[in-house]
Structure formats: C-alpha cells, structure tokens
Write a protein that binds this ligand. Structure first.
Ligand code: CDP
Length: 225
C-alpha cells in the first residue's frame, strides 16, 4: 500500500483550467472531510510576485529559479496575489521546469500530512500526487469560466471587459496545456466534472459523490472509516 493510500488517509487531487471552479470545490471538499487545503496556484503566483517585486522581467527563468527555493510563503498579502495580471504572470513562471521542480517538495509535504489533504492545481493528479485516493478534473466552457472570472474581478473592484477576460482564459489554457513540463491534463484515473450548467451547491454535491464512489471502490482497511 502506498503512502497516499495508507489507513485513515485521504488525499484528494482537484485539477482543472483557470476559473473552472476547482478552488471553490476543493475548499468545499476540504470542509466536508475535515482536511487541510492547499491552493497550489498561489505558490506559482508567489513566485511570479517575487520575480516582479525584485525588479526582474517575468520571462527571466534564472531569476525565477533562484527565487523559487528561497521565497517565504508568509511574506505575501493574499490580495496582492489574486489579481488578473499576476495570474497571467504565474502561468509564465509555471512553464519553467526549474520553478515546477522547486515547488514539488512543498506540495508533497503538504499532501503527506497524517490525515491527508485536498490540493488543487493543474498537475496534482498527474505529477504531485499520482497516488491520490480520489482525483477530480473540474472543467467548464471558456465562456462560463470567463463570466465567473468577470464577476470575481468585479467583486475585487478590478474592472475588465468580458471579451478581454475570455481572451486571457483562452491564452492561459493554451499556455498551460501546451507546455512540455506537467501540462494541464486530466489524469487517466480522474473523474471529469463539467460545472458549466451546475450551481455551486450542485457541483459540490457531485464532487462529494465522486469522492465517495472512489472510497467505495477502494475500501478502507478494517476499522477505518
Ligand atoms: O485561479 P486560476 O485558475 O486563474 O489560477 P491559479 O490556479 O491560481 O493558477 C495560476 C497559474 O499557475 C495557472 O495558469 C498555471 O499556469 C499555474 N499553475 C500550475 O502550473 N500548476 C499548478 N499546480 C497550479 C497553478
């Protein structure tokens, strides 16, 4: 039995493209199962922030590689990481192999906590936790994702046109899916959840049902719920 499937542990991998709703669902799953949650996109956003704050060009792979091992997760205000431009910058550093390699240990450490964890990102089910007990690949049409991001940014007071956001989403999809290192794709054993026509409540119920089905398919050893 692997570490990820050890008795009493539940690791849930939630992957998917930008604004697919994976963060909301991952948080709901974490609350439902009482597990710690890691938004791995924030790590890439922190590296991008650190590169820009140090005055480097976002495409400077050497600068990003040197910062990835030393940045302090506690040093950033979440608000400075959530904006539209930093999401774009994060997808640039995320295509750099040294950045991805430099973030693997932090993510695996988090997933290795005694009870397990929920992680969301692009490569959790394929690279970071290939042995996760349950894997979801959350998706929605580009138009629905753009509408969600538009609403989210408006809520932050960041005005942007719907068409501009849709163009961002398509560009980010192409960059995330087209990179050679850990491209965005569903793991073979992931269950695809298309949230285009679902409310948050419906999507959360569907996500829990997927995890429960996995847990029934791979029963826990005796004495473990
Ligand atoms: O919320 P949104 O989906 O827009 O962005 P995010 O999840 O915070 O991720 C920002 C960028 O980081 C993505 O476009 C990916 O390029 C990158 N990322 C990644 O490559 N691998 C992950 N596990 C998480 C994020």
């Amino acid at each position: 039995m692997s570490w990820a499937q050890a008795p009493g542990r539940l690791v849930i991998a939630v992957d998917g493209p930008a604004a697919s709703g994976k963060g909301t669902l991952a948080r709901r799953l974490a609350a439902h199962y009482g597990l710690p949650y890691l938004d791995t996109g924030l790590l890439y956003r922190m590296v991008a922030r650190a590169v820009l704050d140090a005055g480097h060009d976002i495409a400077d792979a050497e600068a990003a590689a040197s910062l990835v091992s030393s940045f302090d997760e506690g040093a950033f205000l979440e608000d400075s990481l959530r904006g539209r431009e930093i999401g774009e910058a994060a997808s640039v550093v995320a295509a750099m192999p040294a950045v991805r390699a430099g973030l693997i240990a932090r993510q695996r450490r988090f997933a290795g906590q005694p009870g397990g964890a929920v992680l969301d990102g692009r490569d959790i089910g394929t690279v970071i936790c290939p042995e996760a007990g349950a894997k979801l690949f959350v998706t929605a049409t580009p138009e629905v994702r753009a509408a969600r991001r538009h609403k989210e940014l408006a809520g932050r007071g960041e005005a942007a046109s719907f068409d501009g956001i849709l163009a961002d989403i398509r560009r980010r999809d192409a960059r995330d899916s087209g990179r050679s290192d850990a491209p965005l794709k569903a793991a073979e054993d992931a269950v695809i959840l298309d949230t285009s026509a679902l409310t948050v409540e419906e999507a959360a119920a569907a996500a829990i049902a997927i995890v429960e089905a996995r847990r029934r398919a791979v029963p826990a050893p005796e004495g473990v719920n």
